[in-house]
Design a protein around this ligand. Structure first.
Ligand SMILES: Cc1cc2nc3c(=O)[nH]c(=O)nc-3n(C[C@H](O)[C@H](O)[C@H](O)COP(=O)(O)OP(=O)(O)OC[C@H]3O[C@@H](n4cnc5c(N)ncnc54)[C@H](O)[C@@H]3O)c2cc1C
Length: 304
């Protein structure tokens, strides 16, 4: 199977997620080629890199990048074109799919024979889908195909130039507001998930974090609901943390959350559902209603 991986650059820096694309290709036993609109920082791998100059074509310019990608596709004739499910990937992938008449499967988290696994029902189920077209465009969920070893090697660069100018221009990026909390430095983190039920219950999670001498964090739905500020979000679109102790309260264990905390030294999960996927990474799994369990635990710790 021939695979073309689409790497990306942001703010002048090659994005690390290209290593996940390589890990995916390795899982399929395929020697990939890669495409990048980038600068001097090149991905590490031994293969062909189709490279276009980001100073000329911009880091984000979907019309032009689509044209450049199509040039690489004409040369490579890949069966699969694979993006990260990033803001770059989820914008460019469908444009390319339509342009080349491919099939697209988004947010792939696993491989199942000749089918692709994607999440369903709020990440409680995985469904397997198959493309019916000869060429398929995939986007991969962040963290689903983590690279075990850092890639190495020097690519063979093939330069690409575009024939179109595109219709949008990237004006710049605006950094998210930095708060006082830096979760990546905390040695204990107690995180609230959707299982807390209502914003008033965040206080229980914060109290336990304080009793343990740590900070509190949250999963994305809790942040999206504005119960907790964004700088406390753990996961692929929040912070990546590796504390000595991570307590996940009412968190199911979706792949994007796990990608941000699974390197924690010791993981405790508190969940009413004994089959919640967080159990796959938890050292201790407490099957309990957090509203009953957390206040008792906090009280005991405060009394100790
Ligand atoms: C591109 C993208 C990026 C994302 N980035 C992130 C990210 O950075 N971080 C992140 O967290 N998510 C992220 N997500 C969302 C992710 O897919 C999940 O939807 C999210 O992590 C689920 O959050 P949750 O576990 O809090 O909620 P749910 O999946 O709804 O789980 C709630 C859990 O609480 C348990 N529960 C319910 N009531 C109780 C109770 N009383 N006591 C104890 N347990 C209870 C339930 O059994 C369940 O397991 C991202 C998704 C996408 C598509």
């Amino acid at each position: 199977m021939k695979i073309l991986l689409v790497a990306e650059q942001k703010d002048g820096r090659l994005q690390d997620n290209y290593t996940e694309l390589l890990a995916f290709a390795e899982r399929l036993g395929s020697e990939p080629t890669m495409f990048l609109v980038g600068g001097s920082q090149l991905p590490k791998f031994a293969g062909i890199l189709y490279l276009a100059d980001s100073t000329q074509y911009g880091e984000y310019n979907p019309g032009v990048h689509k044209d450049l990608l199509q040039k690489a596709i004409v040369r490579e004739q890949p069966d699969l074109i694979v993006f990260a499910h990033s803001s770059y990937g989820w914008d460019l992938a469908p444009r390319l799919t339509v342009a080349i008449g491919a099939g697209q499967i988004s947010e792939v988290v696993g491989i199942d024979g000749d089918g692709w696994q994607v999440m369903a029902c709020n990440a409680k189920l995985r469904r397997t889908v198959k493309s019916l077209r000869p060429v398929t465009v995939l986007t991969l969920q962040a963290g689903a195909f983590a690279a075990e070893n850092l890639p190495s090697g020097e690519p063979t660069v093939v330069r690409l130039t575009a024939d179109v100018t595109g219709q949008v221009e990237l004006l710049g990026y605006e950094a998210a507001q930095k708060g006082a909390v830096d979760l990546s430095k905390a040695s204990v983190i107690v995180s609230a998930g959707r299982g807390v039920g209502k914003p008033e219950n965040i206080a229980m999670v914060a109290s336990l974090a304080k009793a343990l001498g740590g900070e509190y964090g949250a999963s994305r739905p809790v942040v999206d609901a504005e119960w907790v500020e964004h700088n406390r979000q753990v996961g692929t679109t929040g912070s990546t943390v590796a504390p000595k102790l991570y307590v996940a309260c009412g968190i199911s264990g979706a792949v994007q959350h796990l990608a941000g905390m699974k390197k924690s030294e010791f993981i405790v999960a508190v969940n009413t559902d004994r089959d919640a996927p967080i159990g796959e990474v938890a050292d201790v799994f407490v099957v309990a209603d957090l509203k009953q369990f957390l206040p008792v635990l906090t009280e005991r710790l405060q009394a100790a």
